[in-house]
Design a protein around this ligand. Sequence first.
Ligand code: SAH
Ligand code: DHB
Ligand code: MG
Length: 223
Amino acid sequence: MFTTPDLFSIVDHYITDLYVKEDDALVEAVTAARGFGLPPIEVSPAQGKFLYLLAKIARARRILEIGTLGGYSTIWLARALAKGGELVTLEADPAAAAAASEAFARAGLEQTVRLLVGDATQTLPAVISETGDPFDLVFLDADKVNYPSYFDLFMQRVSSGSLIVADNVIRAGTVLAPRPDDPSASAARTFNALVAADDRLESIILQQVGIKGHDGLTIARVR
Ligand code: SAH
Ligand code: DHB
Ligand code: MG
């Protein structure tokens, strides 16, 4: 018999084989990220397809992503945009930004994706103060300690029907009782409480298991 973590990974592969077609641009985004020395923490293929479907269901025309890495999740989300849509993605690490920019070119997305290099605590306020349409979908996947401050900022630039999606909010259950030496778990717990208390939103956390272990994804809709 398989132990349960093995089983969750095997089922993840089963789902991926059935429903997820990665083309060369997606496969190469991951291969190139490893070549640039980036950690293997992009969303899984099945999570990428899930993000794509959420963006399609939301009929997103404008997407904001915080935390680009090598651009794997970005490519999934950008491909779900309505024609003429735009995705703005924020990345602090210059090596990640370089990898992502090449990945967007290979995917033919240079005109669709705007990559802003720099600490999102600095770049996000500028993006929020830009004029233009609100974001139809926000994907939060950068440094967990800043999730609460990112939340306060991007909530100024969403409108009725917008979706907020946040990765890594369960952290193998460590959010239940964060240890003092785990600021990411504490911040995720704070973020989850902020979302839950916000009357502007209707929200849930989707608990996830699979090839990335045990975690959770916030899905919140602006009323
Ligand atoms: N969304 C990506 C994975 C992102 S990993 C995918 O699924 O493909 C998290 C990323 O957030 C890393 O690339 C890291 O460099 C970036 N990051 C961490 N702190 C940041 C900050 N303060 N501002 C912008 N990006 C940050
Ligand atoms: C880490 C970050 C992520 O966004 C993720 O999905 C998994 C792990 C990390 O920093 O370890
Ligand atoms: Mg993540």
